[in-house]
Design a protein around this ligand. Sequence first.
Ligand code: XMP
Length: 517
Amino acid sequence: AILILDFGSQYSHLITRRIRSLGIYCEMQACTFKLSELKFKPKGVILSGGPNSVFDADAPHADQALWNLGVPILGICYGLQEVAYKLGGEVAPCEHREYGSATVSVTEKSALFEGLGDSLDVWMSHGDQLSRLPTDFRIIANTRTAPLAAIENTAARIFGIQFHPEVTHTPRGTQLLSNFAKTICGCKPTWTMESFVDKEVERIRQLVGPTAQVVGAVSGGVDSTVAAVLMKRAIGDRFHAILVDNGVMRWKECETVKATLQEKLGINLVVADAAELFLGRLKGVIDPEKKRKIIGLSFIEIFEQEASRIDEELASHGESKIQYLLQGTLYPDVIESISFKGPSATIKTHHNVGGLPEKLKMKIIEPLRELFKDEVRALGSILGVDEELIWRHPFPGPGLAIRILGEVTPSQVEIARKADKILIEEIRTAELYKNISQAFCVLLPVLAVGVMGDQRTYEQVIAIRCVETTDFMTADWYPFPYDVLKRISGRITNEVRGVNRVVYDVSSKPPATIEWE
Ligand code: XMP
């Protein structure tokens, strides 16, 4: 396994992704992490980039123990400067700050550049660069403006590169990372999904023991479904899935989840019908953050009630109590919480059953916490989850409530549901579903004049929102083929009562967000 220490670069998580894509297990920790707390023995360490200048008084530095581990080290950008700082080199601000593409010339034979030839197109992003070689190091590559673009201490197996091999703008960067992880560190590609299933099922069984019970919320999305299937595989009917119908779910969503989880995958499922309660509490509310809060808190309340009910029922049969709560946390959330960075502004309060654990006083199980989204999908495939569900677009916890601007009433929900159903149907028919990262309709409570037959109409507007994105942090609107858009618009205005106009949202994120609320 490889350890990655994060010095705060926006690309750090990509290093993790690339190493994992090689079939090698790796974990990322903040740069200040105490190595004595590490739960595995790394065969190599990668130091990420970061926004600081290494000689600044408040610049972050790795645990001193790193330099005595005796395993190969690769410093990237700030990581290179950290190597220089520790081992007798010098760093200076560049005359020309370098952001963008550059060509690296490989000047010395090195295991790091094995198979990459004499030159390599790379991505640079830095304001400082190495000005003096650390003790016992040699230069192995340069660029036009950076004479020390890559260095190595062959005996100590410590390497430093100024560019970013982890980004797609360094096309052969994965090969370089592979050289480091496989050749230099000697890691074997043993991290496969099959091995993960066996290991995780065993871990869950050990953790839960032979009698305890587990509850978990399911939503119909890929993460909660895959987590549930994994639990079912590990402990069978001692896992209880709860689906809360909050009244703002998609067209026939509850029925679909039931058919999939209960009937097809054989999971113990309880559907808590709380639609009326949620819609009652949402009455008259227009503020997006208030809607999110109401739905989040009500969700916790209903889930808790349902869990207690299951608990009592189990007790009445003399069965063991519920002791664990399943959470579908993924690795990006884990990274988010360990990354080295300052506080950032809250744009929206995302609801992901956040308050549950404190309230329920249960122990948490997070079987997906080591996985990225594409790994969860691969896992789902292995576990027999339908491809259609596996590739489902994400759907926000607060559901249609944040896609119905203004007040959420049963009649507005009906309109939003019908429009959404048509949109998704047409996108699937046109075979565009997989090309789009997220597609949905937003109901705008403004009235526009239209004409139908010989009648004047005065009705609401549906905005179609379709985006392409890899990480949902930034997104671009999807360049929809006109004929499909035309068909969708025609169907919505014809089939959805109360809508006489359809518009297409052509805003990127930023400055817009993906959802409208
Ligand atoms: P924004 O609108 O912030 O959305 O650009 C980014 C992604 O997050 C989803 N989203 C949510 N997901 N609970 C969720 O589970 C939420 O409260 C929530 N709000 C937004 C959104 O659909 C998009 O994929």
